[in-house]
Design a protein around this ligand. Structure first.
Ligand code: SF4
Ligand code: SF4
Length: 392
C-alpha cells in the first residue's frame, strides 16, 4: 500500500476539519467579584473586600465552570477574569484552571497585591497565554496609597510583580492620571520598561467613567478627579503628535455621522460580560435594566444569539442625541456610548457633556474643527476627516 492511499488533497474550505463555523461569542468578560482589597479614588465598581452581602450573592465555582463550558461551546476563545479584585475569590485557581482546560486564553486583570508564590507558579506552569494586566497607581508609596486608600498596597503590588517576574509570567502594567499621580507618567514608563517580565508599554487611564452602579456620592467623587479635554490633549501629545494624527485617521475611517443606532461600539458576536451574580451585559459598564439579561432565567446561548442582537437594534429617542450625536462626524473619536450615558444619566441615549468636550478638544487639536465650532453643526465633517486621513 502506498502513502497515496491514505492522503487526499482537498481545498481547505471543503474540509470538515477546517470549515469555519462563525463563533457566536469571541470573548467573555467575567467580573468574578465586585469586592476589592483596594478602594481606589476613581473606581467605578469596587465594594469593600469584606462585604458579606455581596460575597453571599456571588456565583459559586460550579456556575462559573458551567458557564465557561457553554462559552467554549459557542466558539469563545478568550475569557477575561476581572473584578473588583478577582484574586479575592478563594476559588480563583479552580475557575482559572477550568478555563485553561477548555482551551480558553485567559486575560487576568488584577492589582497584583494578592499574587502568592503558589499563584505565580501556577501561571508559570499553566500560562494564561495573554499577558497579565496589572493596575499600578503611583510611583511612590504616598501617591499609590493616596489612590488605593489601602495601606500596604504599594509594597504588596511590588511583591506581586516580583513573583510574576521571577516565574517568567509576562505582564503589562497600567497607570492612571489622577491628582496624586499627575506628572509621573514619564517616570512610570521608564520604570515599566525596565521591569523584568514586562511584555509591552504601559497604558494609562486618563478619562474616567462615573460609577457604573450609579452611586451618586461615588460618581461625584470621580467627576472631581477628571482631566479636561485640553489636559487630555496635552497628555496625549507628551511624546509628539503621533496620537493627534491618528485622531484624524479614526474620524476618516469611521465614516461620518452615527445616525440613531446606539450600539455601534461592538461588532456582532464580539464579546459579552457577566457580573458576579450571573447577569449578562454587552460590556461591564452597561447596567441599564433594559440591557441586562439574567442568566439564572435563561442561557448564555439565548443571551448571545437572541438578546444581544435584539439590543443592538435599539435606536436613540432622546431629542438631544438625535440633534447632536446622530449627526456628529466625530464618531471615531468620541467615547459617547450607551454605557457612558447610563453611568452619567441613567439612560442609554443622552449625550455626555464630559466626553463631548474631550472629543471637541481632540478635534480642534487634529485640525478637524475650529475653536467654537460644534461638530454636529458642521456640514462637511466627513470631507474634513477624509482630507485629514489623506494627509491634506
Ligand atoms: S484595584 Fe481596581 S477594582 Fe480595586 S478599587 Fe482599584 S480600580 Fe477598583
Ligand atoms: S462629540 Fe458630542 S455630539 Fe459628537 S458624538 Fe460625542 S457627545 Fe455626541
Amino acid at each position: 500500500m502506498t502513502a497515496k492511499s491514505f492522503v487526499r488533497k482537498v481545498p481547505s474550505g471543503m474540509s470538515g476539519l477546517w470549515r469555519a463555523t462563525a463563533p457566536k461569542l469571541a470573548r467573555l468578560d467575567i467580573e468574578l467579584t465586585e469586592r476589592c482589597n483596594c478602594a481606589c479614588l476613581h473606581c467605578s465598581v469596587a465594594r469593600p473586600a469584606g462585604d458579606a452581602e455581596a460575597k453571599a450573592r456571588e456565583w459559586p465555582t460550579e456556575r462559573w465552570q458551567t458557564l465557561l463550558g457553554e462559552a467554549a461551546g459557542l466558539g469563545c476563545l478568550v475569557v477575561r477574569l476581572t473584578g473588583g479584585e478577582p484574586l479575592l475569590r478563594s476559588d480563583f485557581e479552580a475557575i482559572y484552571l477550568h478555563a485553561r482546560k477548555l482551551g480558553l486564553r485567559v486575560m487576568l486583570f488584577t492589582n497584583a497585591t494578592l499574587v502568592t508564590p503558589r499563584l505565580a507558579r501556577l501561571l508559570r506552569d499553566v500560562p494564561p497565554l495573554e499577558a497579565v494586566e496589572i493596575s499600578i497607581y503611583g510611583m511612590t508609596r504616598e501617591s499609590c496609597e493616596a489612590v488605593t486608600r489601602a495601606p500596604g498596597s504599594f509594597a504588596a503590588a511590588r511583591r506581586g510583580l516580583g513573583l510574576l517576574a521571577e516565574n517568567g509570567v509576562p505582564f503589562v502594567v497600567k497607570g492612571a492620571v489622577l491628582p496624586p499621580t499627575r506628572g509621573q507618567a514619564d517616570e512610570f514608563e521608564a520604570w515599566a520598561a525596565g521591569l523584568s517580565g514586562n511584555a509591552g508599554p504601559p497604558a494609562f487611564a486618563v478619562l474616567f467613567d462615573l460609577h457604573s452602579r450609579r452611586d451618586a456620592a461615588r460618581s461625584a467623587g470621580i467627576a472631581g478627579l477628571r482631566s479636561g479635554g485640553d489636559e487630555f490633549v496635552r497628555f496625549s501629545r507628551r511624546h509628539g503628535d503621533e496620537a493627534v494624527g491618528e485622531w484624524g485617521e479614526f474620524c476618516g475611517r469611521a465614516g461620518g455621522a452615527r445616525g440613531d443606532r446606539l450600539f455601534i461600539c461592538l461588532p456582532a458576536a464580539a464579546s459579552a460580560s457577566v457580573d458576579p451574580y450571573g447577569r449578562l451585559q454587552y460590556c461591564l459598564g452597561l447596567r441599564h435594566p433594559a440591557a441586562v439579561y439574567d442568566l439564572a432565567a435563561g442561557s448564555l446561548r439565548e443571551a448571545v444569539t437572541e438578546f444581544l442582537p435584539r439590543l443592538r437594534e435599539t435606536r436613540a429617542a432622546d431629542p438631544a442625541y438625535l440633534e447632536r450625536c446622530a449627526r456628529c462626524f466625530l464618531r471615531g473619536l468620541c467615547a459617547q456610548c450607551p454605557a457612558k450615558s447610563w453611568a452619567e444619566h441613567g439612560t442609554l441615549d443622552t449625550p455626555v457633556e464630559y466626553f463631548c468636550g474631550v472629543a471637541h478638544a481632540q478635534a480642534i487639536a487634529a485640525g478637524l474643527l475650529g475653536p467654537g465650532e460644534k461638530a454636529w453643526a458642521v456640514r462637511d465633517g466627513a470631507e474634513r476627516a477624509k482630507r485629514r486621513r489623506n494627509g491634506s
